[in-house]
Each structure stands twice: as C-alpha cells, then as structure tokens.
Write a protein of this length. Structure first.
Length: 60
C-alpha cells in the first residue's frame, strides 16, 4: 500500500496508536513525551485520565 494513497481512517488509527504508545511508554519510563510541557506526576495522572476519556469518546 502506498502511503500517499492510504485511507485517512487508517492514517488516523496509526497516528492515534503511535500517540498512545508514546504516552504509555513515557509514563512507564517516568518521562513526559511533550517536551514543551513541564508537569508533575499529579498532572501526568490527570492528563492520562483526560486521554482515557477522549479515547472512550472516540469509540462511541
């Protein structure tokens, strides 16, 4: 499959997966994957909850 002609839905799924993977990986390693954002562990936990809500919304 040529990426230039890929289905936008497939691109979205891959982008979402990559974003979620990076977020989870950085949570496990104790780092924050957005270099422009400095946050405490409490803020990371809140952001994780917010992302979970967004993911649930995407499924509906």
């Amino acid at each position: 499959m040529k990426f230039g002609h890929a289905d936008p839905v497939i691109i979205h799924v891959h982008a979402t997966f990559l974003k979620n993977f990076m977020y989870e990986y950085c949570n496990l390693t104790g780092t924050f994957w957005k270099p422009t954002v400095t946050s405490t562990k409490a803020e990371d936990a809140k952001n994780s909850q917010d992302m979970s809500k967004k993911q649930d919304g995407d499924l509906n």
